[in-house]
Write a protein that binds this ligand. Structure first.
Ligand code: MD3
Ligand code: FE
Length: 220
């Protein structure tokens, strides 16, 4: 369903076998070197969700090939299959982007043009959350693809002007896809809470995992 202009939510897009495969892959990516780390914020704090990058590591506010706030090891490569999953996700979301199909144009452009070269994986456990922010460190307008695994969260989708109201809260569950393109690409958003113990029992995951796929627009 459409959350906002250019923002499409596809519940239960990933089947349980695909979810398990992704969780397994995330576990491997989380291991050192260049594994899961706490991202330090400029104010001297740390983000409560831990993060690992593929292709590029994100830091406030930019991208680097080795984690500035990690062990200094070179970032793991972005697997080709994950980049292709990003393209497939954009195609799947377009089918639901009813607001935009009437014009013959679409919000998302041609996904074959997008070379997804970044995956940012956020691990939420305990009381982890994510404050309202915009993702503006990519130098490409390609849509951001979000895949949720494990516990259900409240996702807050805001506006492009302020980090406060108006916003829409929706629940993201394990297997859900959201694609953020067009006018939503620079909208404020956050994760005000995660509901513990709501992951599918067969997934073997405590907490929540979110994978975002992005195009850096940076040179190799
Ligand atoms: C809207 N992650 O990694 S996913 C992030 O669940 C991030 O871990 C959240 O915000 C999470 O930056 C939310 C949904 C999401 C991701 C990227 C976006 C929404 C977005 C980029 C632009 C607009
Ligand atoms: Fe974000």
């Amino acid at each position: 369903s459409v959350i906002g202009p250019g923002a499409v939510h596809v519940p239960d897009w990933l089947g349980s076998a695909e979810q398990r495969r992704l969780v397994e892959a995330c576990r491997a990516w989380a291991r050192p070197p260049a594994g899961l780390r706490l991202v330090r914020t400029p104010g001297g704090g740390t983000m409560t969700a831990r993060q690992v990058g593929l292709g590029w590591h994100w830091f406030p506010y930019g991208y680097a090939r080795s984690a500035v706030d990690g062990d200094g090891a070179p970032v793991k490569p972005m697997p080709r299959w994950l980049a292709e999953l990003g393209r497939t996700a954009v195609g799947a979301a377009r089918a639901y982007d009813g607001e935009n199909t009437y014009s013959g144009e679409n919000t998302y452009g041609d996904e074959r043009a997008y070379d997804y070269d970044i995956a940012l994986i956020n691990f939420y456990d305990g009381d982890a959350r994510m404050g309202m922010h915009r993702d503006s460190d990519e130098k490409s307008g390609a849509p951001v693809v979000s895949l949720s695994l494990g516990d259900t969260c409240v996702f807050r989708f805001g506006n492009t002007e302020t980090r406060t109201k108006p916003y829409t809260d929706i629940e993201l569950r394990s297997g859900d896809l959201v694609v953020f393109g067009g006018a939503s690409r620079l909208a404020y958003h956050g994760v005000p809470r995660v509901h513990p113990g709501t992951a599918p029992p067969d997934l073997g995951l405590t907490g929540r995992l979110n994978i975002t796929l992005r195009v850096s627009g940076l040179a190799d």
